[in-house]
Design a protein around this ligand. Sequence first.
Ligand code: BJW
Length: 224
Amino acid sequence: MRIVVLTGAGVSAESGVPTFRDADGLWEGHRVEDVATPEAFEMQPGVVQRFYDERRAALALVAPNPAHTALARLGTLPGVDLLLVTQNIDDLHERAGATDVLHMHGELLSALCASCRSRCRWAGDLADFPPCPGCGMTDLRPDVVWFGEIPYQMERIQSALMRADVFVSIGTSGAVYPAAGFVQMAAACGARTLELNLVPSEGTSFFDEARHGPAGRLVPDWVD
Ligand code: BJW
């Protein structure tokens, strides 16, 4: 069975990673749509770098929760061909044991060279302006996909959605495209669709079935 799972910030919420659009969300009172942009980085690079430095430091203090563990287990079940797509930039799926995680919005522990677009492992404090290992320019930035930028590996995702038997969306508000449109694409190509989220998402009516509650309970219940 071909399964595509899409995860969002809600899957990491019970690990202690704040979501974006809940009351206690990220960006300290700023709308993420106003600050997660290349323009914001251009205007205030220090503020944005510091924000990601803080999230990187916080990541070291959290651990995967039962939702991450259940998804890692799903990938090992006989007869399951899983593509795990996450909008999250944390590494909690990998730390739970998942392999081949597709981070469509980038990774906190990776750096992107704005000059040559090569990606490398984040090397500590970028305030020291280390050069890009690929081209030697000192143009490294967080390897995250901001508004107006194209998410990673869209062709691979689209082709998996078109062949999927099942599409499951977990812990995402459905507020951000193209991820918010995956359910309609998968459904149009014949997949059965399921939402697992704390509350109904913006796209909840597009799913064949929706279960609402904490991912740490819903995901193991669905997988096992
Ligand atoms: C729980 C829970 C628990 C809590 N258990 N659940 C007008 C119309 C349509 C589209 C556009 C438009 N204007 C512009 C656009 C496009 C734009 C967009 O979508 N804008 C919207 C604001 C409308 N999108 C883009 O620009 C994207 N690029 C693009 O479209 O390129 C064009 C293109 C695409 C494809 C092919 C070719 C060309 C890029 C989007 C980049 C998003 N980047 C961010 C920041 C990343 C770096 C970082 O982390 O800092 O990604 S924004 C932020 O939102 C982050 C997230 O990945 C993303 C989604 O958020 P998510 O994960 O859904 O979190 P929340 O907080 O919103 O929701 C959490 C949910 O969990 C809630 O529902 C809770 O209830 C739930 N929850 N606890 C289960 N315990």
